[in-house]
Ligand binder design. Structure first.
Ligand SMILES: [Zn+2]
Length: 318
């Protein structure tokens, strides 16, 4: 009888332990099919917030305002090595190593951005991609009803916060630059450094250290970075933190069929399935304003510019 109790207790302890383990795994796992996406908010209540991303952008809904271009500082410098490319089961992510104190003392710095309606300087953290199973889907943001085949997010942390985790607690914590890819008969040279390493990370948790480094600007060479949309939103994956100022460049980057097929052959964390269609459905815009940078200021009479409210005076909400 005593032995029976002992075994029962042991079973109870085992069940409790297994539940805890599966819960802790569950926090990092999420699916992209419609019912799965609806479940995100059960564990991450921000996912049901009113300032979620992605959204459908359109020229007609955006407010054109004159504002400064985005300044890319250090984007032409080679990134610090070693760069780590990871298949995390949801996407391919390139981690940019933080600098050591000695490197900072020697005057080195990581690429950062400022300008647009951003207040302050935002330093590079990482970049990743969203893509589809077919060419007519993959990007997260829609632009004038077009859903491109792929979207790249370059994630930056407001320098006034010490870590990305801390920055995600504040509405001005993070700036994400979004770029779109359109199928093209030619190879997009821009993606070469990433694509040539994808066959080394076929499965979730696989990673590779790139044996060469490159400059971030090479990822979006030849596109027009003068024109962009900007709005306040969230991370597009759990925990969906509403900490992101989005800056989206509508001029697409070319990608060939053979390049995108290398993304489509990666495996996701769901048993045996391929990693495709890792994009979130569009979210309600609500009372948010979407701004579009107005260019050709040179050709606009000064009187008109003076009548425009200064870009910094425009609030993000109606
Ligand atoms: Zn993303």
């Amino acid at each position: 009888m005593k032995k029976m109790n002992y075994i029962n207790n042991l079973i109870v302890i085992l069940i409790v332990l297994l539940t805890e383990i599966s819960n802790s795994i569950g926090d990092h796992r999420f699916g992209y099919n419609r019912p799965d996406q609806r479940r995100w908010s059960k564990k991450h209540n921000h996912c049901a917030g009113k300032m979620q991303s992605p959204i459908a952008l359109s020229t007609s809904r955006a407010i054109p305002i004159p504002m400064p271009a985005i300044e890319f500082v250090g984007y032409h410098n080679l990134l610090p090595a070693p760069l780590k490319l990871v298949n995390n089961g949801h996407t391919v992510i390139l981690h940019i190593p933080r600098l050591t104190d000695t490197e900072i003392e020697m005057g080195e710095f990581l690429p950062f951005i400022y300008g647009g309606k951003l207040e302050g300087h935002y330093e590079i953290e990482s970049l990743h991609f969203h893509w589809g199973d077919k060419n007519n889907r993959g990007a997260e943001h829609l632009i004038n009803d077009i859903r491109y085949a792929m979207e790249m997010h370059i994630v930056h942390r407001n320098k006034k916060y010490a870590s990305l985790g801390e920055a995600l607690e504040y509405s001005d914590g993070v700036a994400v630059l979004g770029f779109f890819y359109a199928l093209d008969e030619n190879e997009g040279e821009q993606l070469h450094q990433i694509v040539k390493n994808l066959n080394k990370i076929p499965n979730p948790e696989d990673f590779t250290l790139l044996n060469s480094t490159f400059a971030l600007s090479s990822l979006f060479a030849n596109i027009d970075d003068n024109r962009f949309y900007t709005y306040r939103g969230s991370l597009t994956t759990p925990p969906c933190s509403e900490a992101v100022t989005w800056v989206l460049f509508p001029d697409p980057i070319p990608i060939s069929t053979s390049q995108i097929s290398k993304f489509r052959h990666l495996h996701s964390s769901l048993e045996g399935s391929v990693l495709v269609d890792n994009f979130r459905s569009v979210q309600p815009i609500g009372n948010r304003r979407i701004f579009l940078r107005k260019i050709n200021i040179k050709n606009t009479p000064n009187t008109l510019i003076d009548n425009d409210i200064h870009y910094s005076k425009w609030d993000w909400l109606y």
